[in-house]
Design a protein around this ligand. Structure first.
Ligand code: FES
Ligand code: MG
Length: 569
């Protein structure tokens, strides 16, 4: 096998070149036999103290290493750009494509035969998977795991409570002291957000795509079994190299269809749409928004997890996790091959649901409606999305007058203004928060309600934007409007008082303004978003695709493969 190993094109060489490749590695205390034809496995690590959700990854990497050694591989850990959701401005999403380029080029340029992707916080999963797909050497994902459930004043809390607490604080029903106390209660252990937010959604996505060992998604970060999974994944990648089991073998169209169905059943984040489409674009699978709507339409919501339900990822793990969902969906899923070499349904054969409160069944689902509905209409010609399970049933068909905010600063300046022209039926419209317009498409789509309306006891209103929403967010929030305002979308032409008609069952979103009037407004329209003239952000603004395509950069679609390039010296 050593003849076929990529790494042997470095370490298997005689003379000056081989000397250089090996000698500098030896300064780390690596003995000769590590270079003698063992599979070299990269551990692609997103550890960073600026990504708190991934701050325990050095320990996790050690468990992976132990497994690789045990199976006869040679592990080499390397860092890549780490995207922390909470600290990065203007939004970690702006850098997802950049991190994916880092991952892709780091893997391809180095003597690696296989790679373990250590993923945690929201964007770290798609960026690593996108990059690995564009190289397509054997790859396995190990997620960092969710935090333990937060505990505050005897109650279970998680990230979704930030939205509730901050509204309570704005209303004066929660004091500043109480709010500050709740901070440490929410994030009380290592790991990523403990609800079915984007990080958990991504962990479930990679498990349902088949890129991980079974049960990867839900084991809490603090649970010792997380390390066991990391160890076993390290062992398994060595065999994956021997079997030459690559992402393109696992990520078939059927695997994407499975992931869409599982995402519906767990009430996964709306960000799933962007990341799944981007991954499909890298591996060369033709997938679009309509597939996501169609395939999730008949799947009920099985998991009772926040933000769509009540429980947390810890509860999900104890109830049996993704394998139980897989088993319950049964024949609706195809038995696609997964990282352990077995079919996904075969892996779930022994699964058992230990808590029907947390994971319900197809006969008695937690909610009949789930998934992600894709809307079309003159306001979103290429589509917009809404997550019905996290929205208000009473607003699924709704007509109201637009209250328009030109950008996020405009929203912040006026939302609590007592003179804001808004009523109970109004629809809040936020422009210029799309991929190009912000830039980077931040999670501001679930904008808070006007104080005036909160005081009237209103808890939800229809909100529309070209931005995203945190996977932990909820409400009747229409997101990812494409084309975005900054790319000439009709969203940019909406004016205060225009009538908007939403019909989720009919999958339609219409601005009730005549085509002549829209043409007139278009001729008066001036760009109203920042434009960058240097660096990565310039590249991003120039090449980023719209949300309905996954917001990857056009030139990153597809793969360059794993061919070893020309010599360096
Ligand atoms: Fe990292 Fe929520 S902030 S997962
Ligand atoms: Mg997020």
């Amino acid at each position: 096998m050593s003849q076929k190993l990529r790494s042997q094109q470095w370490f298997g060489k005689k003379g000056k070149d081989g000397f250089i490749y090996r000698a500098w590695m030896k300064n780390q205390g690596v003995p000769d036999h590590e270079f003698a034809g063992k599979p070299v496995i990269g551990i692609c690590n997103t550890w960073s103290e600026l990504t708190p959700c991934n701050a325990h990854f050095r320990e996790l990497a050690q468990s992976v290493k132990n497994g690789i050694y045990e199976a006869g591989g040679f592990p080499v850990e390397f860092p890549v750009m780490s995207l922390g959701e909470t600290l990065m401005k203007p939004t970690a999403m702006l850098y997802r494509n950049l991190a994916s380029m880092d991952v892709e080029e780091s893997i391809r340029a180095n003597p690696l035969d296989g790679v373990v992707l250590l993923c945690g916080c929201d964007k770290t999963t798609p960026s690593l998977v996108m990059g690995a797909c564009s190289v397509d050497i054997p790859s396995i994902v190990v997620s960092g795991g969710p935090m333990l459930t937060g505990k505050y004043e005897g109650k279970d809390i998680g990230t979704s409570d930030i939205w509730r607490f901050s509204e309570a604080n704005r209303m004066g029903t929660m004091s500043d002291e109480a709010l500050s106390l709740s901070e440490a209660c929410m994030c009380r252990s290592r790991g990523h957000c403990a609800v079915m937010g984007t990080a958990s959604t991504m962990a479930c996505m990679v498990e349902s795509l088949g890129l991980t060992l079974p049960t990867n998604a839900a084991i809490p970060a603090a649970d010792s079994r997380r390390k066991v999974l990391a160890h076993l994944s390290g062992m398994r990648i060595v065999d994956m190299v021997k079997e030459d089991l690559k992402p393109s073998d696992i990520l078939t169209r059927e695997a994407f269809e499975n992931a869409i169905k599982v995402n519906a059943a767990i009430g996964g984040s709306t960000n799933f749409v962007l990341h799944l489409l981007a991954i499909a674009g890298r591996i060369g699978i033709d997938l679009n928004l309509d597939d996501i709507d169609r395939l999730s339409a008949d799947i009920p919501l099985l998991a009772n997890l926040q933000p769509s339900g009540q429980y947390f990822m810890e509860d999900f793990y104890y109830a049996g996790g993704v394998p139980v969902i897989t088993q319950m969906l049964g024949e609706q899923l195809q038995n696609c091959i997964t990282a352990n070499g077995k079919g996904i349904r075969e892996n779930a054969k022994e699964a058992c649901c230990y808590n029907e409160q947390v994971i319900s069944s197809l006969d008695k689902p937690f909610k009949p409606q789930s998934g992600i509905a894709v809307l079309k209409g003159n306001l979103c010609e290429n589509g917009a999305i809404i997550k019905p399970s996290a929205a208000s049933a009473s607003l699924m068909q709704h007509t109201g007058k637009a209250v328009v905010f030109e950008d996020i600063e405009d929203y912040k300046a006026r939302i609590d203004d007592p003179d804001l022209d808004v009523d109970e039926d109004s629809i809040l419209v936020l422009k210029n928060v799309g991929p190009v317009g912000y830039p980077g498409m931040p999670e501001v789509g679930n904008m808070g309600l006007p104080k005036k309306m909160l005081e009237k006891g209103l808890v939800d209103m229809v909100r529309i934007s070209d931005g995203r929403m945190s996977g932990t967010g909820f409400g009747t929030v229409i997101l990812h409007v494409s084309p975005e305002a900054a790319a000439g979308g009709v969203l940019g032409l909406v004016r205060q008082g225009d009538i908007i008609e939403l019909d989720v069952p009919g999958r339609s979103l219409q601005l009730k303004v005549s085509e002549e009037e829209l043409q007139r407004r278009r001729s008066e329209q001036k760009p109203n978003h920042p434009e960058f003239d240097r660096g990565y952000v310039r590249l991003y603004q120039q090449y980023v695709e719209q949300a309905h395509l996954g917001a990857d950069m056009a030139f990153l679609r597809g793969k360059s493969g794993s061919k070893v390039s020309r010599d360096s010296h």
